[in-house]
Each structure stands twice: as C-alpha cells, then as structure tokens.
Design a protein around this ligand. Structure first.
Ligand code: NAD
Length: 282
C-alpha cells in the first residue's frame, strides 16, 4: 500500500508556486491578492480560512479576510462583492461556504466576476468545465487530479466510482476523470446496491460526508482510494473511508487529515496565480 501524502505534495507545489511569485516580485510586479469573505462564525469555516490565509502568506499571496455578521442582507453582500469586482488590485474573491440560509448561495457566487472566481464555483466556470475548455476548476477536484498525477497514477481505462454528486466535489471530479478516459460511475444517496459498484471499482473517490462509510468488504484488492470526507468523530477528524481496515486492501490511499485537504488549498492558490497571470497579461 502506498500512502498518497497530500501534505508532502502540497508543500512541494506550494514551494514551486512561491518561487514563481518571488520572481514576479523581484521583477517589480504587484503582489497577487486574494479576498476571503466570511459570513458568521462557523467553527469549521474558521479553521479552513485560517489554513487558506496561512498558506497564501507562505507562498507570497496577499490574503485578507472580510468577516461579516450573520445577519448581513443579501443586498449588502452583493454590493460589497461588486466593489471588490471593480478593484484591479484583487485577483480572487472567495466566499466561504456554507452561507446562512437567508442568503441565496447561487446568486452570491454568480455575482463574483468569473475572472476572480478563484474557487471555480461560478456558473460560467462550471459550464466551461463541461465544454472541456480551460477554466478555473473547483479546487478539490483539481487537487485530486494533481495528487494522482504527482504519483503517476494513470486513470485511463480504470473503472472509477465517485460516491457523491455535489457541485463542488462529486460532479466536477467525475467530469475531470471522464476527460482522462476513465470509465466513470457516479453513485449517490439514491444508488441501489452501492457495494456492487464499489466492489468493481479500480478507483474510488469518496465524497459523502459520513464518517468511515466505505468499509473493507465494499472494495476489491488493489483499489485506489481517494477520501475527500472531513468528519468529526469523537474529537478526531476522520474521512468517509474506514482507513485502518481499507488500507490493507488498497494499492494507494489518501489519509484524513493530510490527504485531499492540503491538496485543495494548494489548488486554490494555484487558481489564484492563474487568475493573476490573466489580470497582468503575463
Ligand atoms: P454534500 O453533502 O454536498 O454531498 C454529499 C453527497 O454524498 C451527495 O451527493 C449524496 O448524494 C451522497 N450521499 C449521501 N449519503 C449517501 C449514501 N448513503 N450513499 C451514497 N451516496 C451518499 O457534500 P460535499 O460538499 O460534496 O462534501 C462531501 C465531504 O467532503 C464532506 O465530508 C466535506 O466536509 C468534505 N469536503 C472536503 C474537502 C477537502 O478539501 N478535503 C472539500 C470539500 C468537501
């Protein structure tokens, strides 16, 4: 079994990104800039934001948090975003999800200029993905593909089973795997006999949000496992995969934490850099 060490790979890629940004600064270019918008004070969001800002700073991206009260109106938030859209010193705007129920998530995400849509959640950028055009991809799917590439895992011809069909993970990763010529099956909460599908899978992407959901009896020997889940279980972070038991059958497997999570943050920073290059005509 080979552990897919997302933390190690993300550090390496962050260092490569830092080198590129250092060179730009030496050439008197402006610093790439990211704005993170948070509404309310969700503890999980606080910790994700902390990691995004810390890693941005490490690679030389100027990252700031704009934190608003839980009761901000939709109109107020849309006004703030439209001002950020107009500010040429800002390369990326990230609205940390989830938003409080009274805010229309789709409307807020689509109010971001798609050329500042660092998370790749704008309808236009999601659409480009389905047209197989170069676009800003959602960070988690992009991070997963980067991790597979770094370990030289070829997905062409593999039976890939994606469990979960969310707009931010399951659905886009399915399309990226399809573009790499995997044979993709998308499973979800209404799938009948999930085990039938997972048992035949060469590659499983688990993006469900249920602790230790995928068990050893559900997979075949030699399977490649990418565990996207982040769940809190008895004060510990665990994935959607019963790691300790499934790892005995897997050829490759990501741990939780230190697997997909840091790769997601790295992909986000790489997205920001891509947007910066577009804005600076580089
Ligand atoms: P989501 O709730 O939007 O989607 C969950 C999906 O799981 C749904 O499509 C649903 O159909 C499917 N599902 C639920 N129960 C199922 C069942 N019994 N059998 C089969 N499918 C079932 O969640 P999401 O936003 O896609 O996130 C999934 C997990 O990934 C969460 O734990 C989340 O915290 C984590 N996550 C991690 C990262 C990261 O960077 N590592 C990024 C995003 C999300």
């Amino acid at each position: 079994m080979i552990l897919l060490d997302g933390l190690k790979i993300s550090k390496k890629r962050n260092e490569e990104l830092k080198d590129k940004i250092d060179k730009l600064i030496l050439a008197n270019k402006r610093q790439p800039k990211l704005i993170i918008i948070q509404v309310g004070n969700n503890p999980a969001s606080n910790s994700y934001i902390k990691s995004k800002i810390k890693n941005s700073t490490l690679v030389g991206i100027d990252a700031s948090l704009l934190k608003y009260e839980e009761d901000i109106t939709e109109e107020e938030l849309l006004n703030k975003i439209s001002l950020l859209n107009l500010d040429h010193s800002i390369d990326g705007i990230l609205v940390q999800l989830p938003l409080p129920k009274h805010l229309n998530e789709r409307k807020i995400l689509d109010s971001i200029n798609y050329l500042k849509d660092v998370d790749g959640f704008h309808t236009y950028n999601s659409g480009l993905l389905f047209q197989k055009q170069r676009a800003i991809h959602a960070a988690t799917p992009e991070g997963i593909i980067n991790l597979l590439n770094e370990y030289k895992i070829k997905v062409e011809g593999l039976n890939a089973v994606v469990i979960g069909r969310s707009n931010i993970v399951g659905f886009p990763i399915s399309k990226l795997l399809l573009d790499l010529n995997a044979t993709v099956t998308i499973c979800h909460s209404k799938t009948k006999n999930l085990k039938f599908h997972t048992k035949h899978a060469d590659l499983i992407i688990a993006a469900i949000g249920k602790p230790l959901f995928l068990t050893k009896d559900m997979v075949k020997k030699g399977v490649i496992i990418i565990d996207v889940g982040i769940n809190r279980l008895e004060e510990k972070l665990v994935g959607d995969v019963d790691f300790e038991n499934v790892k005995t059958k897997a050829s490759y497997i990501t741990p939780v934490p230190k697997g997909v999570g840091p790769m997601t943050v790295n992909a986000l920073l790489e997205n920001l850099y891509k947007l910066y290059l577009i804005h600076e005509n580089l």
